[in-house]
Design a protein around this ligand. Structure first.
Ligand SMILES: Cc1cc2nc3c(=O)[nH]c(=O)nc-3n(C[C@H](O)[C@H](O)[C@H](O)COP(=O)(O)OP(=O)(O)OC[C@H]3O[C@@H](n4cnc5c(N)ncnc54)[C@H](O)[C@@H]3O)c2cc1C
Length: 365
């Protein structure tokens, strides 16, 4: 019997596992994949979680954050206009190849029993929990489900059918000479593509490149090359690019209302809710919700509160500190999908008043 089983070794799962293990809990972390691996992601790590990330990384991986490229600017290319706003404090650009592997290593280093290539098939009980996996059964007093947006454990019968539009995520790394130190978002009918500079770190070697990551309707594009021709400025820019990684993709992208608790299980990261990727906050929300889940469970492990009370404390901290980001980002998403005739005056206003654009961005934080 462990104190805690965490399902999923992404930012949410490792954040929960590391925080609990450092406070003396016996933690089993289960991940179906294998690190390091590329993942569909814009790799924009917003400033809100950088202190938390610095605390979670093991000492040998601190340079991953300290040396990361900073992103002090965002440019939005839409309807022939370029809206520019500062990202203040600047975000960090960190490849998921390095990011997830470093957090996994940190979990191992602080005593988490971390097992890769183990698929969780089902969960029973409501505390203690029985977890059925590809390598056998495990029991725990508490459970954090951090298995991401679309795992076999999180799908419901209505998911994937909402609104009939099917979204796809695509990503690839490319060589570009002198990329701008900004996150550049190219919006077009049926999707958008973000581009920003990033480094891959391999021992003492650093390899510079740009990450191009798109969210697109499946009837508009199914490859990055098809995405690039959807926007004139992106088509022009991508002409000089040379691929440096195999492209990766993920689908479907399904947006859900936040649900931080289900049948006594604490849901963290994308498993609790998937925020629209263009706000660049998914990693930050994953790290923060993982650590909030852990902080809510620690008093239960110490015998100070019941499991139900721990879950209630998590839900209320989540609602207070994280849920507002989801509400604001869906408002912005609705604004961007307005008909062009309505969008044009709004964009003109934002172009003339960078303070309003900056305010909107800050409300998604
Ligand atoms: C197109 C796109 C662009 C994005 N761009 C950005 C960005 O620029 N900045 C940003 O902050 N966020 C971005 N995001 C969002 C970000 O990638 C996620 O919010 C983040 O990865 C969530 O972390 P997580 O730990 O909750 O889930 P994940 O990182 O998905 O980790 C979940 C883990 O659980 C494992 N798992 C799943 N099922 C099981 C199972 N049954 N058993 C065992 N293990 C299992 C998976 O293998 C996976 O490793 C983007 C997302 C998309 C789709």
């Amino acid at each position: 019997m462990r104190d805690l089983i965490v399902i999923g070794g992404g930012p949410a799962g490792t954040s929960a596992a590391i925080t609990c293990a450092r406070n003396g809990a016996r933690v089993l972390l289960l991940e179906r994949g294998r690190f390091p691996r590329h993942k569909v992601c814009g790799e924009f790590v917003s400033a809100e979680s950088l202190d938390l990330l610095a605390g979670l990384l093991a000492p040998q991986d601190k340079p991953l954050l300290a040396d990361a490229i900073r992103i002090p600017r965002a440019r939005v290319f839409l309807d022939g206009r370029v809206l520019e706003t500062t990202v203040d404090p600047p975000a960090a650009s960190i490849s998921r190849l390095n990011f997830d592997a470093a957090l996994w290593a940190s979990a191992e280093q602080c005593g988490v029993e971390a097992r890769q290539q183990v698929v969780v098939r089902s969960i029973s009980g409501s505390g203690p929990f029985l977890v059925e996996t590809s390598v056998g059964q495990f029991k725990s007093r508490a459970l954090v489900n951090a298995s991401g947006r679309w795992s076999n454990l999180n799908r419901t019968s209505v998911d994937g059918q909402n609104s009939g539009v099917k979204w796809l995520g695509l990503k690839g790394h490319f060589a570009e000479s002198s990329p701008s130190a900004s996150v550049d978002l190219y919006f077009f009918q049926g999707g958008y593509c973000g581009v920003q500079p990033v480094n891959i770190i391999d021992g003492a070697e650093q390899s510079a490149r740009v990450n191009a990551c798109a969210m697109v309707c499946t009837d508009v594009a199914s490859t990055l090359s098809e995405v690039f021709i959807c926007h004139p400025a992106l088509r022009e820019r991508s002409r000089q690019w040379k691929p440096l990684s195999d492209p990766v993709s993920t689908s479907p992208l399904v947006f859900r209302e936040p649900q931080p608790e289900r049948d006594g299980i604490l849901m963290a990261g994308d498993a609790a809710a998937f925020v629209d990727p263009f706000v660049g906050d998914g990693i930050s929300l994953a790290l923060r919700s993982g650590s909030l889940a852990a902080e809510s469970l620690l008093p239960f492990f110490a015998g100070d509160v019941s499991p139900a009370e721990a879950a209630r404390n998590y839900v209320s901290a989540y609602e207070r500190r994280l849920a507002p980001v989801f509400r604001m980002s869906s408002k912005i998403r609705r604004m961007l999908s307005l008909p062009q005739i309505i969008r044009t005056p709004i964009l003109a206003l934002l172009e003339k008043s960078p303070a309003i654009a900056h305010y909107l961005v800050s409300r998604t934080r």
